[in-house]
Ligand binder design. Structure first.
Ligand code: UD1
Length: 344
């Protein structure tokens, strides 16, 4: 079976994608510098799939080490490039760190592909490229809006770098996946989201508050133009999201792609508010999440949710997990983490 390189493969979306790839019989090589993940993720992947993927502790910014890695694993058929920094606030404070991490790593991988005769490239992009869309749900044809943070800009520029590279070298093929808001964990509770430090994203903050690691959740704003005043997002189950990557890789390897660059929204098509997520989490899990309403967070979009019909029809992929099951899986993962840390 084909060998796939997964950069950022010990991260949140990366690790769930490695599981789905291995479940489908692909052989996986992970490259990760563990800057926002833990080596123990490999144990979780092995527990679920029975297979420990090859792992190389390399920073994709390091061209020479990446070149060596490609020589070692010389029959890679496709790359899924997750490795990137993703904290919006941090990117405002440290823009060069973000441009270096996210763009130099992308350029390195793209540059090394033809040298090592690799054609197929799947890129992690984000709905952040749409900013606040004028029309909801948002389709792939919606205009890209000026980026509100260096992080968001790295996704926009990253997409442009890929398009320009492929225009100049039609031997490459790429699928760009624009994620909405991935949440939840693998149903086994063996892997899940575990950011280093204080979480920026909603769900890890909710689960860490519910378990008592954080005192209270701050809900950023209840005065938006939405039914309950809190922001609306399209929350997608991380395993559903991971499965889309397997479909994308197969599409490229089997030459099923309609053009050399294709771009897909990966979302559910349903928008939920912060307060709806909070209430549903409390209800399905029977736990309280202490919270207060505070002011708006700078740079937040009021509402965004996907029109996923292009991915549904063309990729033959649809997000199927309910938000209730997804929120249960997030809680099961947090509880499993707590159990593990007690045992240590
Ligand atoms: C953000 C980025 C997105 C990026 C993603 C990855 C923006 C507009 N979007 O998504 O591009 O891919 O992070 O990290 O910058 N919230 C709270 N309290 C919290 C945390 C979050 O109320 O403690 C709210 C936010 O205001 C937002 C929602 O929860 O309305 C989701 O926030 P978050 O999980 O951080 O994701 P995004 O901001 O949508």
């Amino acid at each position: 079976m084909a060998k796939i390189l997964v950069t950022g493969g010990t991260g949140y979306i990366g690790s769930h994608t490695v599981v789905e790839l291995q479940n489908e019989g692909f052989e996986v090589v992970i490259v990760d510098n563990l800057s926002n993940s833990n080596i123990e993720v490999l144990n979780g992947i092995e527990k679920i799939t029975g297979i420990r993927p090859a792992f190389e502790n390399i920073d994709c910014v390091d061209y020479v080490s990446m070149d060596r890695m490609f020589e070692k694993y010389n029959d890679i058929q496709a790359i899924i490039h997750f490795a990137a920094s993703k904290a919006v606030g941090e990117s405002v404070e440290k823009p060069l760190l973000y441009y270096r991490n996210n763009l130099v790593s992308l350029i390195n991988v793209l540059q090394l592909m033809p040298i090592h005769k690799i054609k197929n490239f799947v890129f992690s992009s984000s709905c952040t490229v749409y900013g606040q869309p004028d029309i909801l749900p948002v389709t792939e044809n919606a205009p890209v809006k000026p980026a509100l943070s260096p992080y968001a800009n790295t996704k926009q520029v990253g997409e442009e770098i890929i398009r320009d590279t492929i225009y100049a070298n039609p031997c490459y093929k790429s699928i760009i996946l624009r994620y909405f808001n991935p949440i939840g964990a693998h149903p086994s509770a063996e892997i899940g989201e575990l950011p280093n430090g204080v979480p920026n994203n909603l769900l890890p903050f909710v689960t860490q508050t519910a378990i008592g690691l954080r005192k209270q959740l701050q809900v950023f704003g209840d005065d938006y133009n939405t039914p309950d005043g809190s922001c609306i997002r399209d929350y997608i189950n991380v395993v559903d999201l991971a499965k889309a990557h397997v479909v994308a890789v197969k599409r490229l390897i089997d030459n099923q792609n309609a053009s050399n660059v294709e771009t897909f929204n990966l979302g559910t098509g349903r928008g939920l508010s912060v307060l709806e997520i909070l209430n549903t989490f409390e209800k399905v899990n029977g736990v309280k999440v202490p919270h207060i309403i505070v002011g708006r967070r700078e740079g937040d979009i009021e509402k965004v949710w996907a029109d996923p019909s292009y991915a549904n029809n063309v990729l033959g992929w649809t997000a199927t997990e309910s938000v209730e099951d997804t929120l249960e899986s997030a809680w099961a993962w947090e509880q499993n983490l707590a159990k593990r840390s007690k045992q240590e």
